[in-house]
Design a binder for this molecule. Sequence first.
Ligand code: SF4
Length: 152
Amino acid sequence: MKLETKFWETKSLLEMNDEEWEALCDGCGKCCYRKFIEGRGKQQKLYFTRIACNLLDVESGKCGNYRDRFKLETDCTKLTSKNLPDFSWLPTTCAYRLLYENKPLFDWHPLISGTPDSVKNADIPIKNGIHERDVIDWFEFIIDEEMPLKGK
Ligand code: SF4
């Protein structure tokens, strides 16, 4: 089925069908990198790392076993329109987060640029990813932080 032109501007996240929902993902793979939270209350910080889920292909940003990911990685969670509010840790570039926060998509989003290459060209994917199984000290791999978490 052909996607409606600029459907993300005319439909709410809850109104989108499965195909539209899937098309929103820019394929950056950032949600498959580990994050951790330090501190409490207003001091709470969310740290992003370049530590990848063991299933992630760090070159392509794609899951190495999409079909069985929930069996193989027990903390892998499916992002849906219903649980989106629980995903406050999504990167600020993520289309789901942007639309949830009533912000426009970036020009490099494949739905606007017409090519998935624009995500890499805009320098969005995490570089030098390392798999979780190869890491001892997570602090060595922090790349960014945000604070505080939404709603805290
Ligand atoms: S962070 Fe958002 S846009 Fe990027 S891969 Fe994950 S769900 Fe898709």
